[in-house]
Design a binder for this molecule. Sequence first.
Ligand code: 13P
Length: 251
Amino acid sequence: MTKPNTLLALNWKMNKTPTEAAAWATELKGQLPSSAATLAIMAPAIDLPALQTALAGSPVQYGAQDISANPSGAYTGEISAAMLLDVNAKYAVVGHSERREYHAETSQVVASKARAAMSTGLVPIICVGEGLEVRERGEHVAYTLDQLRESLAGITVASAEQIVIAYEPVWAIGTGKTATAADAEELCAAIRGALSGLLGEVGADVQVLYGGSVKGGNIAEICGQPNVNGALVGGAALEVGSVLEMVNALK
Ligand SMILES: O=C(CO)COP(=O)(O)O
């Protein structure tokens, strides 16, 4: 049985034009069964107005894959929290390992982006997770919790719904190499433990997701772990059919 606060977050990464996004969302909407899990699409920012129109009247949420740390002004190329709110986005992913790696985002930058999202009521999905060398040295728990602490700098929460954490071990992203359900549970439990210390009592109720090669065949086992509240999915998020498989597996 799927836990009631399960979030299935689809990270499209740099895929789908606005035209494709609209067609995809319309197709999904026509076939989506009722589900205990919340479904949310993290789309390229340019796709969000198309999703706003196509998903009107549906329970499917959407959000961005990044956000500016600044509210407005001379920051060429950046998208602000107010712009995302204006198209009714609910979430903004921050600190995805691809942003950390290809855009040199430090955990300090990630924390400032998360704070910018929260300042307007957007929910940041804050990503953390270790690379292969760290895992092979057996330092994955300490490394990930350090990254979590730094990525939450200056953040206070009044309710658990204000943020989401995603544990995404870098070695499991797009590699087909899934962490076992036990690996996912180990880190999600450690993150949950740390959240109470960092955010106070409500920290323990924050949704903690797992991401990395999740698909229809493994999502139920992973999301069935006591401390895993859902998944952040890349490759399997691109086809309507594979998303429906995951939704059905979570029923
Ligand atoms: O990076 C991810 C989601 O943010 C995971 O990607 P894959 O599901 O393709 O491994």
